[in-house]
Design a protein around this ligand. Structure first.
Ligand code: DAH
Length: 353
């Protein structure tokens, strides 16, 4: 009987002395394992009387239970120590400056879209999206392109099997936005567009940013104010001259193209007050037929819309000479013309640092 008490005391002391989890495991195996001392001692039962066997067996079982519980408690304690030590070692100093050198860069197309979203966002526009794979109705018909109108031919459309097409502009998002939400509406729709065209200044896939405002009593003055503010902020030139030239789009009436001032002296293009002009976007008052197609009454609601090419904006602002390089994914080009992932454009923090 005293054997078992001694053994128990030894085992409990060994648990206390175990300073690490592996040491604790050794103690468990030494006392409770298949050949452990408390397991072995049970084998002496055979030499005892029935009475002795009962009380001895019970004492061994009690010792085993107590030891198991003590081991579990010590295990939890050691695990806690180990975690504390690890947390101390792995602690992060949040006051350290961020790394400035990142492998990845933000593509100029993304950058320009984010800059435009920052500017128009400040004017109350929210971003909307539509599908790249469109149908004739949204891409043309609802936008007042009659069935065999010559303007359709200008779009060099990619047609898919089954009557669908790749959207040739972001204007179909106007239709989707008007059908989905009730006016007042201020929507900005950036996205990919597709035309079967490829040369120095055209790629089969490119990007546009579409804008749409629908409210009551909206007129051309609102369109001009909004777009003048945009180009000045986007190009970061306060005295940037602008002019609106009459134009034609099936979905706007009247329609206009907006030019910004530039100079081409010595063969280099420079934006600003230089006596020359550069076309930058298309715009106009939403055509009554488009409003009607979207379930709005032109007598009650009016609006203006605009559309611009993202790559063109990027080339003009950041001076890339060749459009095709945008889609080559040449790491040297991306490193040179790309933007830092943490420099998120905003009117307060700066559009392009
Ligand atoms: N969708 C036209 C294009 O791709 C651009 C455009 C012009 C959009 C005038 C407009 C607009 O919303 O009002 O050529």
């Amino acid at each position: 009987m005293s054997d078992i008490e001694t053994l128990k005391a030894q085992s409990l002391q060994a648990v206390k002395d175990a300073a690490t989890l592996p040491e604790l495991e050794e103690v468990r195996v030494a006392f409770l394992g298949k050949k452990g001392r408390l397991t072995e001692i049970m084998k002496t039962l055979g030499t005892m009387s029935v009475e002795e066997r009962k009380s001895f067996g019970a004492a061994v079982n009690l010792a085993k239970d107590e030891l198991t519980q003590t081991i579990d408690a010590r295990k939890a304690e050691l695990e806690g120590f180990a975690l504390d030590a690890r947390l101390k070692q792995e602690k992060v100093d949040v006051t350290l400056p961020t790394r400035t050198r990142h492998e990845g860069r933000i593509h100029p197309v993304t950058q320009v879209i984010e800059e435009a979203v920052a500017i128009f966002g400040e004017m109350g526009f929210s971003v909307a999206e539509g599908p790249d794979i469109e149908d004739d109705y949204h891409n043309f018909e609802a936008l007042n392109f009659p069935a065999d109108h010559p303007a359709r031919a200008m779009h060099d459309t990619f047609y898919l099997k089954g009557g669908k097409l790749l959207r040739t502009h972001t204007s179909p998002v106007q239709v989707r936005a008007m059908k989905k939400q009730k006016p007042p509406l201020r929507v900005l729709a950036p996205g990919s567009t597709f035309r079967c065209d490829s040369d120095m200044t055209h790629t089969p896939m490119f990007h546009q940013i579409e804008g749409l405002v629908i409210e009551k009593n909206i007129h051309m003055g609102h369109l001009k104010g909004c777009l003048i503010e945009f180009v000045k902020t986007f190009f970061e030139i306060d005295d940037l001259p602008v002019r609106f030239r009459a134009s034609f789009f099936p979905f706007t009436e009247p329609s206009a193209e907006m030019d910004i001032g530039c100079s081409r002296e010595g063969g280099t293009l420079k934006l600003g007050n230089g006596g020359d002009w550069l076309e930058i976007l298309g715009c106009g008052m939403v055509h009554p037929n488009v409003l009607k197609a979207c379930g709005l009454d032109p007598e009650e609601h009016q609006g203006f819309a605009f559309g611009m090419g993202v790559e063109r904006l990027a080339m003009l602002k950041y001076g890339m000479p060749d459009l095709r390089a945008f889609f080559d994914n040449d790491i040297r080009w991306l490193t040179h013309y790309g933007f830092g992932a943490l420099d998120i454009p905003s009117l307060i923090g700066g559009l392009s640092q």
